[in-house]
Design a protein around this ligand. Sequence first.
Ligand code: NAG
Ligand code: NAG
Ligand code: NAG
Length: 175
Amino acid sequence: MFLLKFACTFILSMTLVIGAHSAAVHVDRRATDAEISLYMQAHNSLRTIYNASAVTWNDTLAQYAQNYVNKCIYAHSNPDPYGENIAAGYGSSYGIAKGLQDWANENSTYNYNKPKASHFTQMVWKSSLQLGCAVQTCTLPVLGNHLSTYIVCEYYPKGNVNGRFPANVNQPVSS
Ligand SMILES: *[C@@H]1O[C@H](CO)[C@@H](O)[C@H](O)[C@H]1NC(C)=O
Ligand SMILES: *[C@@H]1O[C@H](CO)[C@@H](O)[C@H](O)[C@H]1NC(C)=O
Ligand SMILES: *[C@@H]1O[C@H](CO)[C@@H](O)[C@H](O)[C@H]1NC(C)=O
């Protein structure tokens, strides 16, 4: 037996805009090599399953994500021409790996006959070949003003384009 510690963990992931504001007080930062590895590994292992070629890291996208996440506003930045996934959570087990795994787990509800945009579909979107992500510690009203980890990833070219799902979200490659 082991004790579950879910009680103090709350997670949010968004693909659509909601209004949310918060004061931003923190230092600027940029993704460390270890963080870049986590972002790349989470995306590319999933992309392998979904027969999409690997994304490459793009510092322009990462800087855009960093500038935006630093504002600690939990909503989409409307980053045209990029695609964007955002997530936030708090608790000791929440971080980049957990946030991106939550996105990937949306694969279990994807319906090829009724394609619908999700974090998962942006992650594996075949024609989205460049990635840049950033993280910041924020006090987010949508998370009860807990000190939270806020994650933003930008994708180029952008995914989740209506009418393009069949061509960009492949069936998983059988193992
Ligand atoms: C990185 O992304 C920017 C913005 O989309 C683009 O202008 C630039 O060419 C990309 N860099 C590389 C090395 O592809
Ligand atoms: C969803 O992705 C996971 C990896 O994150 C994989 O193990 C699993 O087989 C996938 N599920 C489906 C339904 O494709
Ligand atoms: C994976 O995609 C390539 C084209 O990019 C295609 O030729 C191949 O048949 C696909 N593999 C599977 C298992 O769907």
